[in-house]
Design a protein around this ligand. Structure first.
Ligand code: F6R
Ligand code: MG
Length: 360
């Protein structure tokens, strides 16, 4: 049977504040999956980036399998008990529904999963980010799969030369469109550049085989405002017709600005870090991305290799910190602070109500 790689993530309590995940939660998740995943999973890895727990799982049940989604949901529920006992910050915060109803999508946690025939050698990278949103993957995915200045394979590898297809979600209207690249890159970039609304859901090669998939999902409309953008994950298959591992990592060598950071209301550089450094503290950030590499072998997750631990990303980190220093000097001013209608927090309605008579 085909193999499915499923990554499901949730923030079910931070330590301290929104900075990290307490080791007891990770232990609880591992023990729970070890027991309840028997007969269901081929393999699994439990990790975290910032305050998010990430469950990386392989199985033969296909995407949107309710048994797999329920396993993740129940794992997060049992971790929530631990989080409540330790009074961790925001215990259970991403479990928005009262009970599981068949598919974890729309219930709070983020999901990225793809089903494929395991190749004779199957290198994959799982990217996980904290303090940002799914649109954060737009620029790196464009570079990986459509920009020959990043991915030389598009030019000189006959297996990549036909290009790739991008599935892009309008997260507000909840509609998707597929762009053929390189033919349609100019049309596509009109949308991808607006990463607060349009986000790449998946990338396929021209034969239709999955190359990448993200946790992008529709935005929820609550109290007349769109909310529910979430710290995203991304799976990328590498090598032999897909981007080389180094081509998949290269976009992160130049930290681009993403929305998120403090109170989900600021632009900041996406800093590539080792898994040990995935603990955003400065102004609750800056936003972080980690990359775990695996070789899949008959469904087993061989690895992980902590891809951004490499010294070659030291300069990217330095650059990100310089950008962070610069942006922080702007304090509450745009373009460090997000535009009014994109902030996660706002006092505007109350302040305006109080002052409205003083406008003349
Ligand atoms: C950003 C984030 C944090 C919180 C901030 C305030 O995604 O999670 O920056 O927004 O720490 O948190 P509260 O409102 O819980 O005090
Ligand atoms: Mg988070």
């Amino acid at each position: 049977a085909k193999l499915t790689l499923t990554v499901i993530k949730a923030d079910i309590g931070g330590c301290v504040g929104h900075c990290s995940v307490h080791p007891q939660l990770l232990d609880e998740a591992r023990n729970f999956i070890e027991e309840k995943g028997k007969g269901l999973l081929e393999d699994y890895v439990v990790t975290h980036v910032g305050d998010d727990i990430n469950l990386i799982m392989t199985h033969r049940k296909g995407v949107d399998c309710s048994d797999i989604h329920k396993l993740a949901w129940d794992t997060f529920l049992s971790c929530t008990q631990v989080a409540k006992r330790l009074k961790l910050y925001g215990a259970g915060q991403d479990l928005l529904a009262d009970s599981f109803s068949g598919n974890i999508k729309g219930m709070g946690p983020g999901v990225a999963e793809m089903e494929f025939e395991e190749r004779p050698s199957e290198p994959v990278i799982v990217f996980m980010a904290d303090k940002t949103e799914p649109g954060a993957w737009n620029l790196p995915l464009y570079k990986m799969f459509a920009d020959p200045f990043n991915t030389i394979g598009l030019v000189i590898d006959p297996k990549m030369h036909d290009g790739f297809k991008f599935e892009v979600l309008d997260t507000v209207e909840n509609k998707k469109i597929v762009f053929n690249c390189p033919e349609e890159i100019y049309d596509m970039l009109v949308f991808l550049g607006a990463s607060n609304r349009y986000a790449v859901k998946a990338v396929y090669n021209k034969k239709g085989e999955p190359a990448a998939v993200s946790s992008t999902q529709r935005m929820n409309l609550m109290a007349g405002r769109y909310v529910g953008k979430d710290d995203p994950v991304l799976i990328v298959r590498c090598q032999n017709g897909f981007p080389a591992v180094g081509e998949a990592l290269e976009p992160f060598a130049n930290p681009h600005l993403v929305a998120g950071w403090m109170r989900g209301s600021h632009f900041g550089p996406l800093m590539p870090v080792s898994c040990d450094d995935a603990t955003p503290t400065r102004f609750d950030g800056p936003p972080r991305v980690v990359a775990m590499g695996f070789q899949l072998a008959e469904g087993k997750l061989v690895g992980p290799q902590d891809m951004f631990a490499d010294v070659a990303f030291d300069r990217a980190r330095q650059k990100a910190l310089k950008i962070a220093d610069y942006l922080r000097q702007l304090g509450p001013f745009e373009p460090h602070r997000l535009p009014l209608d994109e902030m996660e927090y706002t006092t505007m309605p109350q302040v305006m109500e109080r002052l409205k008579d003083r406008f003349e």
